[in-house]
Design a protein around this ligand. Sequence first.
Ligand SMILES: Cc1cc2nc3c(=O)[nH]c(=O)nc-3n(C[C@H](O)[C@H](O)[C@H](O)COP(=O)(O)OP(=O)(O)OC[C@H]3O[C@@H](n4cnc5c(N)ncnc54)[C@H](O)[C@@H]3O)c2cc1C
Length: 474
Amino acid sequence: MDNDVIVVGSGPNGLAASIFLARAGLKVLVLEAKESPGGAARSMELTLPGFIHDAGSAIHPMAAGSPFFQSLDLWRFGLEWVHPPVPLAHPLPDGIPAASLLRSLPATAALLGRDAGNYRRLMEPLVSRWRQIAGDILQPIPHLPRHPLPLAQFGLRALLPAQALIRGYFQEEPARALFAGVAAHSFLSLSAPASAAIGLVLAMMGHGPGWPFPRGGAQSITSALVACLRAAGGQLECNAPVHSLADLPPARAILLDVTAWQFLRLAEGRLPSAYRAVLERFRHGPGVFKIDYALDGPVPWLDETCRRAGTLHLGGSAREVAASEHAVSTGRVPDHPFVLAAQHTLFDSTRAPAGKHTLWAYCHIPFGSSFDMTSRIEAQIERFAPGFRDRVLASHAMGPAQLEAWNPNLAGGDINGGASTLWQLICRPVLSPTPYRTPLPGVYLCSASTPPGGGVHGMCGFHAARAAFADVFA
Ligand SMILES: Cc1cc2nc3c(=O)[nH]c(=O)nc-3n(C[C@H](O)[C@H](O)[C@H](O)COP(=O)(O)OP(=O)(O)OC[C@H]3O[C@@H](n4cnc5c(N)ncnc54)[C@H](O)[C@@H]3O)c2cc1C
């Protein structure tokens, strides 16, 4: 019997879409190009036997807070969240104690000295309504919000450049650097409009669902989603690359967990020129350079708080973080990159042999750059953890070219399926209340190139599947 639905790609969004449609009683087949499902949410022994590394995503506030994933009760399929005692630490220069984001908003504020009151004023209205705000922002922007007041409180602050928000709210380095670090997840210059948005979302999620990671690796999210799909009757085939829409077996709906640029290639001239022109104008974000380490012991951080943190932001002062992100946004390789790191094995012994540890780290670089950032990343780690290099047993680096070979959605090292500029958050990849719909009847885009964009949350897949169901099957 023919399938009702074919989903191309088994990243978090492809799996979310396929689960939604399989649970609606449809016959769903997922075709995945690679040997294993999960896209950029996969874990593997990249260095030495017994060391499990998250080759892509590693820290999952968006997955833990995703309204769709929450509705699936993924714990029933083996997913277990690990919450480090300190979700995020940001070590500082000149002997200033590290700034940290704790799960508790009052406890975080209490560590911010003269900025305590302002941090609470900034975050309390968001944190107290994080579920409503997350529901409203994790959908296409042209949609009418269900909770306009909390969303307006968020939006007024989110539209600011991060540097303007920092200047307006904070006087001292810990709060300034802490916010600069979370805002830098946007891959935007911190002087760009709306570069505060991601910082506010991530800080809000840190105080809401937390910044946890899955026991066993990001792969555990994928394994739980695949188990959930199979329980709903869906099927998954790996080693099944799709080179053209024309090659697909018959189905009433096709959902594509591929980027906007891959869609142009898969559709092979079948798209109307106006739509094609919009997709051709869609811009990539910068790339990443990623290193995984197998270590002989924990990272020897100078600051005690860093030894209890799941995530580390290594970039020094707010000014230094801004300089690094500004360099990347203007096409330059930063001399002192802002490094994002995670140390899972301190809190999850399943990922390394007894007494051994891993470190996951990446920094931003210009799109498609082939520059080897290894020594610059290691210099940032050594700056806050002298002796780190002596603990390294093995390492594995991936620049943009290697990331793309591993997962075609990561072309040029862009991990978000397109830049997260204000314009591209609204037009992702087209301006429409249903940007998942394409001009080809029954064909939908469901990857991070659609709203709400990058991250492991499955909400692009969920919204695309809802649109496909309403159009084709309702
Ligand atoms: C190094 C790195 C670090 C990251 N860190 C985090 C993090 O800590 N937290 C977080 O939330 N997010 C993080 N992300 C981002 C997150 O992983 C992605 O935004 C998310 O995986 C996007 O999901 P997706 O389903 O849209 O695409 P992907 O996960 O990229 O999956 C796409 C899938 O489609 C398949 N595919 C593509 N083309 C075809 C084809 N023609 N035929 C068949 N199959 C095809 C691919 O092989 C892949 O399996 C990170 C990503 C990377 C690379």
